[in-house]
Design a protein around this ligand. Structure first.
Ligand SMILES: [Zn+2]
Ligand SMILES: [Zn+2]
Length: 451
């Protein structure tokens, strides 16, 4: 992990320009309350509020194919600088009034995005893929929605499922708006990932044929990090991005992409498409925390390393059925390069544990959404600034000085990468802890109270 400079959430001058050329934290994979299994707080007010608390500047709208959500987009958002969108004052002002003063000026802009699921047959196998589409304006959203409406049902789910070849979906987008960005989503997850072990492909060209050069970027997903993706030669020419795939606004920015550019659609999306110096890097989950890191069977309580899976010939010793092969194993299968391979000019990679999880560990509770954790979370933010600043850049001394001594220790360990990792498997999230066990946690806290 590289050294992190002290940066606060970007702010606007009165004339509408950025105070300085600052890093923008970008999260394009987001869902609205019209997607299945999402929070009812996934509306623009919720995204705006939590974007500020988290320290994210550029947020995808998610779900733009859903007619009612698209109506909300047109009702709540208005054009801002550089082709971006902002929440209208009538909706943002009440939220700003309810936030601590230091969050009021923080900048939030939206970009129209959607995740689309495709199911189709190619090469004699059924393929199930997820992909993100980013478009610059409501006109191109309307045009794509009109096209997709004739292909399948886009009203049932904010993340529609279409019986359409992913390549044809890409072609439709390019015909409507070449400035759009099409990204295979969470490419390593066993189901729905471009490279997934269950219904994916082994190479970008296998899925996209002559349109493969139009794939400029991929999303790592929570279970993989840039290091894992660097091992695969076939990804050398695409940009590695990360996003939250948030199903509730509190989960915004679980992962994110950092861009240094002006506030404009073409600059931000251009950074992602070209992977030039404007693309600073990504903010990552520890990949073990993802739901498909290791191999296994959830119902059989089997979690295997790739070596154990091999020793069992890929078969579950409890139920006798094939194991769900996780991301670590799948990457090793496709990778031509060793674990520690580094590209010549690597982008910055920063690992985080969401602050509510750190606080829950300090408070010795499993729930990250309980009252005590929530109250402490907001006290920390009020004293120290947005969550990304607390996790990434606020000096450890300042955290301690604000009265959060145990949090200071935890964040110091996080920034040093000194964490304990238990990998997720077959849909079960992994856990990342800063203390080895409760005993060590208690001992550390007792020492603190003596000081
Ligand atoms: Zn997905
Ligand atoms: Zn089993």
């Amino acid at each position: 992990m590289q050294c992190i400079s002290n940066k606060l959430h970007p702010r606007l001058r009165a004339n509408g320009t950025l105070e300085s050329m600052q890093e923008l934290i970008v999260d394009l994979h987001v869902h609205s309350h019209y997607s299945r299994a999402t929070s009812k707080h996934c509306d623009f007010e919720g995204l705006y509020r939590w974007g500020k608390l988290k320290g994210i500047s550029i947020i995808g709208t998610g779900d733009f194919t859903h007619p009612e959500w698209f109506n909300e987009m047109r009702d709540r958002l208005e054009p801002a600088e550089g082709g971006l969108f902002r929440l209208k004052d009538e909706f943002s002002e009440p939220i700003d009034k309810s936030l601590p003063p230091q969050f009021r000026q923080a900048l939030i802009r939206f970009i129209p995005t959607v995740e689309i699921a495709t199911i189709y047959k190619k090469g004699d196998r059924v393929r199930k893929l997820h992909q993100l589409i980013v478009l610059p304006d409501f006109a191109s959203v309307s045009a794509l929605n009109a096209k997709l409406e004739r292909i399948g049902n886009i009203k049932a789910d904010g993340r529609p499922i279409l019986g359409l070849d992913s390549k044809e979906l890409l072609r439709h987008m390019l015909e409507i708006e070449p400035r759009g960005l099409y990204m295979p989503a969470h490419i390593w997850t066993p189901w729905f990932g471009l490279f997934g072990s269950k219904s994916g492909f082994d190479a970008i060209a296998e899925a996209y044929d002559e349109l493969a050069p139009e794939i400029y970027a991929i999303e790592t997903g929570l279970s993989s990090d840039p290091g894992m993706n660097w091992r695969v030669k076939g990804l050398d020419d695409v940009t590695i991005t990360s996003h939250s795939d948030a199903h509730s606004p509190q989960k915004l920015g679980r992962e994110a992409t950092v861009v240094q550019s002006d506030l404009s659609y073409d600059q931000i999306i251009g950074a992602i498409k070209t992977n030039d110096s404007r693309l600073v890097g990504t903010i990552e989950f520890f990949p073990e925390e993802g739901k498909y890191s290791a191999d296994g069977h959830r119902a059989c309580n089997i979690r295997f390393t790739p070596e154990q899976t091999k020793a069992h010939n890929g078969i579950c010793p409890v139920c006798g059925k094939p194991l769900v092969v996780g991301v670590e194993n799948r990457v090793s299968g496709l990778a031509e390069r060793p674990h520690d391979f580094m590209p010549e000019h690597p982008k910055r990679v920063e690992y985080i544990i969401p602050l509510p999880e750190i606080i829950a560990e300090l408070e010795h509770t499993k729930s990250t959404t309980g009252k005590a954790v929530n109250a402490l979370y907001h006290r920390v933010l009020e004293a120290l600034g947005d969550e990304f600043s607390v996790l990434r850049s606020v000096p450890i001394e300042a955290i301690r000085g604000a009265g959060f001594a145990s949090l200071a220790i935890a964040i110091e360990r996080l920034r040093a990468g000194a964490v304990i990792r238990e990998p997720g498997y077959d849909g079960v999230y992994g856990t990342i802890r800063v203390f080895k066990d409760n005993e060590e946690r208690q001992k550390t806290l007792n020492q603190l109270s003596l000081l």
